[in-house]
Write a protein that binds this ligand. Structure first.
Ligand SMILES: Cc1cc2nc3c(=O)[nH]c(=O)nc-3n(C[C@H](O)[C@H](O)[C@H](O)COP(=O)(O)OP(=O)(O)OC[C@H]3O[C@@H](n4cnc5c(N)ncnc54)[C@H](O)[C@@H]3O)c2cc1C
Length: 347
């Protein structure tokens, strides 16, 4: 299916499922799995499936996906075109299939700052623009200059400026639309000895290598670095986005809970961003909810991660997500929006 690509591998449906392709480790078998190791193979594969009218799902690291149980009538197209290089002194280019954390390591090892706070985020480089990944005060939109896209509607392979993606908080016009496939990305970084100010360290700046190590360790303590042995990391990361609400709504919640220091962050449009994790906890869902026997539980390290304890199905994860979302809505009137992409299933 990947055209001239001798490196393309078609894996039989019987030996693989989305449980092995995603970090939540749930989901049924796709019709086929096609692994593409070059940008051209990726574009050709998607073009051929589109021309044949066949459903497909582009899959990077599978770390932001909730896929339904049972057989799925779609082909999983695995993005595996790696490669990380310097275009000039401050511009890094990465193939969509490069491991994102390897891109960060590459930048740091070349004394380039700007993405060290995004250390340890699982998944592929090509997926970082899809939801404008962010952590610890940094977002990919801060440094992304352009993206090479395979446009599935026009059949054009072109570099487009980052501005054309409508990048916003955990959003781009690529997310949920599947209108295009990211083939490569380019980042403009800055020569630096010190990191950007690190929010979780009160604005302190550290040497780049130390900053990266600090971020990874901080993330690990919250189960936010993948670790096969740690079920708290069998997740899709933060399961809900932080809700953005009117100031009056934030005031009402703060008054109702009656605790000092509710996390609330002013937004440019005058509204306020609340912490989904804080709301979930205050709505009566502690870490580890609903308890030791449940196959799907909130992480014991981070309320915002829904985790598979080993035997969870997609239905178990969805049931837990519905439970938590309904509880927060009932208590605060705030409807949490899931962050991952849902396939064949919905909340
Ligand atoms: C433990 C853990 C911690 C996390 N921490 C963070 C965090 O701090 N910040 C954050 O923002 N996210 C975080 N995430 C979420 C996730 O890692 C990111 O969203 C990541 O960018 C997803 O990459 P992926 O390659 O795994 O994408 P996938 O899960 O494979 O795909 C996600 C979506 O992107 C699409 N997609 C993937 N590749 C391409 C491509 N090349 N072209 C077009 N569409 C594509 C897919 O079709 C799907 O719709 C975390 C996840 C986990 C499991």
């Amino acid at each position: 299916m990947c055209g001239h690509g001798s490196q393309t591998t078609v894996v039989g449906v019987s030996d693989s499922s989305f449980a092995s392709l995603t970090t939540l480790r749930v989901g049924g078998e796709p019709r086929a799995i096609i692994r593409c190791t070059s940008a051209e193979q990726l574009a050709e594969t998607v073009a051929a499936l589109d021309a044949a009218g066949e459903e497909l799902l582009v899959v990077g690291g599978g770390s932001n996906l909730v896929v339904a149980d049972g057989p799925l009538d779609l082909t999983a197209v695995i993005v595996a075109n790696g490669g990380i290089s310097l275009v000039d002194a401050t511009t890094v280019r990465a193939g969509a299939g490069a491991v994102w954390d390897d891109v960060v390591a590459f930048a740091v090892s070349h004394g380039l700052g700007g993405i060290e706070a995004l250390s340890g985020i699982p998944g592929s480089a090509g997926a970082t623009p899809v939801q404008n990944v962010g952590a610890y005060g940094a977002e990919i939109s801060d440094v992304l200059t352009r993206v090479r896209l395979w446009n599935r509607r026009t059949g054009v392979d072109e570099w487009v400026p980052a501005e054309s993606l409508d990048l916003a908080y955990r959003y781009s016009n690529l997310k949920f639309t599947a209108r295009a496939v990211v083939l490569e990305i380019e980042l403009r970084l800055r020569p630096a000895e010190l990191s950007a100010p690190l929010r979780h360290l009160g604005g302190e700046r550290l040497p780049l290598v130390q900053a990266r190590a600090n971020i990874v360790e901080t993330r690990r303590s919250k189960g936010m670095v993948l670790d096969t042995a740690d079920h708290d990391t069998w997740s899709a990361g933060s399961f809900f986005t932080n809700p953005i609400v009117a100031t009056e709504c934030a005031d009402t919640i703060a008054a109702e809970v009656g605790e000092a220091g509710m996390p609330r962050f002013a937004q440019p449009d005058g509204r306020e961003k609340l912490s989904a994790a804080w709301l979930i906890e205050r709505a009566g869902f502690p870490r580890g909810y609903p308890g030791a026997c449940a196959p799907a539980r909130l992480s014991t390290k981070h309320t915002l991660a829904l985790t598979n304890r080993g035997s969870a199905t997609s239905d178990d994860i969805v049931a837990l997500a519905r439970d938590v979302r309904a509880g927060v809505e009932k208590r605060f009137g705030v409807i949490l929006e899931p962050e991952p992409v849902w396939v064949g299933v919905g909340i």
